[in-house]
Design a protein around this ligand. Sequence first.
Ligand SMILES: Cc1cc2nc3c(=O)[nH]c(=O)nc-3n(C[C@H](O)[C@H](O)[C@H](O)COP(=O)(O)OP(=O)(O)OC[C@H]3O[C@@H](n4cnc5c(N)ncnc54)[C@H](O)[C@@H]3O)c2cc1C
Length: 431
Amino acid sequence: MSPPPTLSVAVVGWGMAGPAVALALARQGHRVTAFERVPDPQPVGAGILLQPTGMAALATLGQLAPIAERGAVIEHLRGLSHRGRVVMDLSYADLAPGLFGLGMHRGVIFQVLDAAARGAGVQVRTGVEVAQAHPEGPRWRLSDGAQDLGAFHLVLVADGARSTLRGQVPLRKSVRPYPWGALWRVHPDPDGTFPPTLHQVYRDTRQMLGFLPTGLGPTGTVPQVSLFWSVRLAELDAVRRGGLSAWREQVLALDPRAALLLEGLSDLDELLVAPYLDVTMPRRFALTPGGGARGGLAFLGDAAHAMSPQLGQGTNLALLDAVALAAQVEARPGDLPAALAAWDAERSPHLRYYQLASRWLTPVFQSRLSMIGPLRDLLFAPLARVPWLRRRMLDSLAGVRTGVFSTLPLPGLPAAPVPLALPPPHKVTTS
Ligand SMILES: Cc1cc2nc3c(=O)[nH]c(=O)nc-3n(C[C@H](O)[C@H](O)[C@H](O)COP(=O)(O)OP(=O)(O)OC[C@H]3O[C@@H](n4cnc5c(N)ncnc54)[C@H](O)[C@@H]3O)c2cc1C
């Protein structure tokens, strides 16, 4: 039997999905070149919650252990009203004994995947902003607008929520900004003040404070915690004009423990601002026209399905896109159209579910709909005690749900409640 044909692959964007898919394809023997617009990409970014799905994708890539050892185990999601009423209390272990999430600094995942992909032979060209993709015979030719960047059998676009190439390819899409975003700060928590919980406090739907333990970060030795604060973007200037002490007072009124994470903050401009986009693409791949061999171009991660981080799924979905795409290419050697069609069909239900769920859930926590907050505070906890609903809430948190009646059958993930076989991650000690 002849060996599978080697593909020339371009990966556009070196964030989460980019290095993951590049690593998997390089290991299959394909020639992979990655383009990243940032000249010197660093392990930067805020805290994210890695779900069991994202961990399973990283385990498939053989990269979970070095990432998990710098994360913080998250056992619960707990949400309280500003009056201290429990709105949400979901524990991963209720889904499967031993299951957990990992609070992470995004930069840890980047650092590990970047090194592994380079080690597998991926050529990474930084400081290059890909601006155009044109079909040319059985390949896609890329350029930065001035210079030719080469022609490739397969172009994987992982250039994030504000993708440039999304506008270049005739695929149906919708891109809508959310009116709300978040202010972020990551700060050391040397004494483990914050338990292994994603903890949120809500005052109706206009204020939300959150704490997420995020482990050691890319190079640190002291556990860190991310603080996030919901903000209506149109009101950001007014918040800034109001000044640091007025804002600080509002934050501490929701949870005085925030004082630790605000230590040393001298100006509101020092907080990171994260706006969100809602992106949908019903079909996420295109082929070069004509018969015979055809080149493929596919959108992965936020470029195809950015969403509000309310359900904490973005990185996980991006990693699953990457692993699933590489598996389909491997399963259908020499038939890119079939591989991309199978990948798109495989990922669709999962992506559709989380896009819909994020879109419906976000206004329940971030909006000016004054009736929703009190209803949420009243109804969420009793509804979560109904076993059928609780199961769906837990699955949704863990990242495995694909529809009201279906979940994701992932290798290494519990279809029946079996714990993931994970290496012991760094665990934040709690007082
Ligand atoms: C406030 C906030 C909180 C979040 N919390 C979570 C969470 O708890 N859990 C979770 O899973 N996810 C979370 N996310 C989402 C997560 O950060 C994203 O889903 C994830 O980073 C997407 O990965 P990606 O590879 O698709 O894109 P990105 O990580 O955005 O990477 C895209 C890369 O492409 C590069 N690029 C862009 N354009 C070009 C171009 N034309 N040419 C070359 N390079 C280009 C960019 O510089 C960047 O390096 C959160 C997001 C936000 C904003």
